[in-house]
Design a protein. Sequence first.
Length: 262
Amino acid sequence: MINKYVMTCAEVVLMGSGCTQIPPALPSEAVAFEVLAESNNSAIFERGGYTVRDEQTWATLWAKTTASNDSETVPLVDFQKNMVVGVFYGQRSTGGYSIKVGSIQETAENITVIVQTVSPAAGATLTQALTSPVEFVLLPTTEKNVAFEWKHRVQDGKTDAQRITDKKKYNLVHEHGGLEVAGAQINREWYLINKKGVQTTGEAFQYIGPFHQADGEYFARAQQDGIWFLIGPDGQHRTNETYDTMSKFVDNRSMVYRDSKF
């Protein structure tokens, strides 16, 4: 079955209607998810969010999205383990618009999908064609109620790292490169932070390099107490090896120095 997005209390108040007071927020945890499909040309032209928990409903929603009855194009989903969330921007008059699931939070009572929409900056050069962005994500199945929280920003051409440093909290922030964490420097110390600039670990390093990917895993060089080693996105050591010197990575390779030898 499809659970269609319902307006939040704040949206109802803005429309001039009454609304029951929202109770205090419950503690929440992040839910892991992955992008299943995305497009700028959905055939569903209204903004909204959908939750899909069974194969038949998924096939119907996919057909409406693609305006196609070709069942072979429907992405395969194991609904015994997973469910699908779809977010639709609605039809726009030009290019330059995008939509994505920024994060998903779970409490003891419900699931909240944080949706990020982006519109083009004034004066930007745009594709002169109708667009209707959509994204589908896959997450572990649950019977909890799913709500959608919508956030919007105007495209400014800046990266996540540039926006964080604009706030003057950090002296330097590495680009995230698709990860949820990156190294950032503040007061001569380095930390791992998320895309909102919030530190994900309290451990401080003398240096954290940009993250690289090899064999499906991510790693970065880090220095602590004058010793170099490799860390993962969680800040934990990737190996027990330590070095006196470790150069920056080029094509996933690095020069290391230990015991007076390279």
